[in-house]
Design a protein around this ligand. Structure first.
Ligand code: FAD
Ligand code: NAD
Length: 476
């Protein structure tokens, strides 16, 4: 007889592990299967996010930003430091310590909540049976079953046929997190979230970074005012962003790697030492579903679900990067919580219109809701207000007077429909706007709320006032 659970979760990332903990909190006997290991071959929970995504990238972003500040910003404060150097080995070791602490923490949380961790690769079979396979050999270790299955296999980087990974000089985001020295010249294919964050890390440490982006426009998901200002700031930092650039080929030369690309119909070349391919991620659903599992994927491999994360098979759910919607850790986790609550008979809920985006560059970029362009294309009447951080005392005192906040409200009801920001610590400021929008706030509500002085949040307050053309500290 196979071991039976109330819930089996396949995937131990921020979707899967959070779903498993919430299921256990709700009194359900829960197992979580994950196949990921650390460098020593030990099981390492936390998925892409904790092992090779959100956390290690933020650790390197922070280290490289501290270094960059010390060299370039501290002199403005009167702080002179001589003989400053960067120990990349120490920076990487610190990153690994943070990752190990957090992944180990998930194992402890599982123990505390009585979630059964199972190391192996899960495959959904018929009748909610799950085969657990050895990740290396593919050999069957055991078969388990449950009343409910949550599929949370996450995603993997997309490979470009014209620029295949070699794991050394041509790498994906994981490779770019693990460079042992600063590459003199770094080519990044794709100026999306990974390209900008990891390009920034190595640029700050001294690499010449060229980003080749296929689209003609920069950061298309963000509002134009914000993406334009972000591009301006990134270019000032030396990120060489080339738009409308389609990479055709990579070849090895005596001096490094040559990337050939087409821009405006012209063939161009750039020579680099290393290449990071950051052109998006695809669902990790290869081999996940037996032919008779009852669950289907679309042509791109995404598991097909409805708005409540239900698949076509009763009692089988799917969440996170492997289903429609943004590939973000917090979106995966919220879907995990909602599904656990639905399984327990509660009304789980995720508001997909209010999933914030953050890009952890410097300045940071953050947004929630719609862009002005989207709203106008949909025929929605809008009013918007903007406020620059340069006009706030706090940003000036911090020596970071760059960027802006833009608030977009409905032209008639004044309800806030989108907030877009580029500037210092906007990863934190966006939370106020998500809360406001969740409570259906108007721009006037934000304008009437007292914001402490001097804080960066005053830029949000003033942008709300600017919707009504009454910002106080703004000329014109
Ligand atoms: P994953 O985190 O991918 O976890 C899935 C887990 O399931 C993995 O461990 C996988 O090995 C395992 N698995 C897959 N198939 C099976 C199987 N058949 N059996 C057993 N186990 C299986 N998002 C943010 O919100 N903020 C950020 O700052 C951010 N930074 C990022 C930086 C980088 C460099 C990258 C690459 C991604 C970043 N992301 C960020 C995206 C974020 O990591 C993902 O959106 C998130 O991890 C998705 O969670 P998930 O649980 O759906 O999948
Ligand atoms: P992305 O979708 O953000 O960006 C990929 C970029 O590559 C796009 O701008 C796209 O136009 C471009 N592109 C695609 N094909 C190309 C080609 N052949 N040549 C040149 N450019 C090409 O994807 P990503 O940066 O790889 O990140 C993957 C996902 O991981 C993100 O979408 C995001 O969901 C998640 N992520 C989130 C964060 C965060 O929240 N801070 C950080 C990193 C990753």
């Amino acid at each position: 007889m196979s071991e039976h659970f109330d819930v089996i979760v396949i995937g131990g990332g921020p979707g899967g592990y959070v779903a498993a903990i919430r299921c256990a909190q709700l009194g359900l006997a829960t197992a979580c299967i994950d196949d990921r290991t650390d460098a020593e071959g030990n099981p390492s929970l936390g998925g892409t996010c904790l092992n090779v995504g959100c956390i290690p990238s933020k650790a390197l972003l922070d280290s490289s930003e501290q270094y960059h500040r010390l060299v370039h910003q501290f002199p403005a404060h009167g702080i002179q430091a001589e003989g400053v150097s960067m120990d990349v080995g120490r920076m990487q070791a610190r990153k690994e310590e943070i990752v190990a602490g957090l992944t180990g923490g998930i194992a402890t949380l599982f123990k505390a909540n009585k979630v059964a961790p199972i190391f192996g690769r899960g495959r959904l079979m018929t009748d909610k049976n799950v085969a657990v396979l050895d990740p290396a050999s593919g050999e069957l270790r055991q078969t388990i079953s449950a009343h409910n299955i949550i599929l949370a296999p996450g995603s993997v980087p997309v490979e470009l046929p014209a620029v295949p990974f070699d794991g050394k000089l041509i790498v994906d985001s994981t490779g770019a997190l693990n460079f042992e020295e600063v590459p003199a010249r770094l080519g990044v294919i794709g100026a999306g979230v990974v390209g900008l964050e990891l390009g920034s890390v190595w640029r700050r440490l001294g690499s010449e970074v060229v980003l080749l982006e296929a689209l003609e426009d920069f950061l298309v998901a963000a509002d134009t005012h914000v993406s334009r200002e972000a591009a301006r700031q990134f270019r000032k930092q030396g990120l060489d962003i080339r738009l409308g650039a389609m990479v055709d080929k990579v070849s090895t030369t005596a001096g490094g790697l040559q990337l050939e690309y087409t821009q405006k119909g012209e063939s161009q070349q750039v020579e680099v030492d290393r290449v990071v391919v950051a052109v998006g991620r695809r669902p990790a659903t290869d081999g996940l579903l037996a032919a008779d599992s009852g669950v289907s994927t679309d042509t791109r491999g995404f598991i097909e679900v409805d708005g409540h994360c239900r698949t076509a098979e009763d009692g089988v759910w799917a969440i996170g990067d492997a289903v429609r919607g943004p590939m973000l850790a917090h979106k995966s986790s919220e879907e995990g919580v909602a599904v656990a609550e639905r399984i327990a008979g509660q009304p789980g809920h995720v508001d997909f219109n209010l999933v914030p985006w953050v890009i952890y560059t410097s300045p940071e970029v953050a947004w929630v809701g719609e862009t002005e362009h989207q709203l106008k294309s949909d025929g929605v009447p809008v009013r918007s207000g903007m406020f620059p951080f340069a006009a706030t005392g706090r940003a000036k005192a911090m020596e970071e007077p760059v960027g802006l906040v833009k608030i977009i409200a409905h032209g008639e009801t004044d309800r806030v429909l989108g907030v877009h920001m580029v500037g210092p610590h906007v990863s934190e400021l966006i939370a106020e706007c998500v809360v406001a929008m969740a409570f259906h706030a108007s721009s006037e509500d934000l304008a009437r709320i007292v914001h402490a002085h001097p804080t960066l949040s005053e830029a949000v307050h003033e942008a709300a006032l600017a919707v009504d053309k009454r910002a106080i500290h703004k000329f014109g």
